[in-house]
Ligand binder design. Structure first.
Ligand SMILES: Nc1nc2c(c(=O)[nH]1)N[C@H]1C(S)=C(S)[C@@H](COP(=O)(O)O)O[C@H]1N2
Ligand SMILES: [Mo]
Length: 245
């Protein structure tokens, strides 16, 4: 919820001059400049079909130019993001591990899979209830890499070249944290951060980094992209914070 954020965070609802560029301004820029009138409608059509949900339009009509199936709002801090597929996608795991590894999509698919259904909640005020995500529990990937005793946290990077996120080691090992390859029981489309995105069920959706390409085990939490602008590093949804955390 917005009131969980610092008053002048980039997602606050009273953007004024002099503050960092607000989220809705970024969204508008994407709508007007990148997705544009030409590309967006066909994507929107495709997505509505793929995800079997009606698209929605906002009152300004601006974000309505973006694919918005089932109530999801497309967000990217990067203006354009390269598309990756089964032959070009790679996930690297490195840092404080005994066995740095690079995974293909097929290799991720061969690992133990898990399905987690959770409400998706953005700090901007939109929410989609009971969204199933599936993929490899992050804990399995950490185990396979052999996390060293000095490790305290995990840093996530993305092939958009800009976004990053972080979790403590304890958070990262929760069963509701996935390296997700499926969303709504379908492969994750590019626009939703596919082919692989992080899914952190118990936290605000900004923690669920799209277009995941790097997992680096670190000795301390490295605040992620929005966290540099004042977002809580521990992005627990209301009621999800474990006692004593
Ligand atoms: N790489 C990347 N991941 C990201 C973001 C982003 O801008 N870039 N935005 C975050 C935020 S604030 C939200 S609400 C969700 C939006 O995911 P969606 O576009 O699938 O709705 O992605 C999160 N992960
Ligand atoms: Mo968000």
């Amino acid at each position: 919820m917005a009131d969980a954020l610092p008053p002048d965070s980039p997602e606050s609802h009273d953007d004024t001059a002099g503050r960092p560029i607000g989220r809705r301004i970024v969204l508008s820029t994407i709508a007007a400049g990148v997705a544009g009138l030409f590309v967006a409608p066909s994507l929107q059509e495709k997505w509505s079909q793929m995800l079997g949900a009606a698209s929605q339009r906002d009152p300004t009509g601006l974000s309505g130019l973006l694919p918005n199936p089932g109530g999801f709002r497309y967000f990217s801090v990067a203006g354009s993001v390269p598309e990756k597929n089964a032959s070009t996608y790679r996930l690297t795991v490195d840092g404080l591990v005994d066995k740095p590894t690079t995974y293909t999509l097929a290799q991720l698919g061969a690992m133990p899979q898990s399905r987690v259904t959770h409400d998706v909640v953005c700090t901007d005020g939109w929410q989609v209830d009971d969204v199933p995500f599936a993929g490899v529990p992050l804990a399995k990937i950490l185990d396979a890499a052999g996390v060293r005793p000095t490790a305290k946290a995990v840093r996530f990077t993305c092939f958009d070249g800009v976004y990053s996120e972080s979790l403590t080691m304890e958070q990262a090992r929760r069963p509701d944290v996935l390296v997700a390859t499926r969303m709504l029981d379908q492969p994750i489309p590019h626009i939703s951060g596919g082919p692989v995105r992080l899914f952190v069920g118990p936290m605000y959706f900004y923690k669920s980094a799209k277009w995941l390409s790097g997992i680096t085990v670190t000795d301390e939490v490295v605040p992620g992209y929005w966290e540099e602008y004042g977002y809580p590093v521990d992005g627990w949804l209301p009621g999800e914070e474990p006692a004593g955390a």
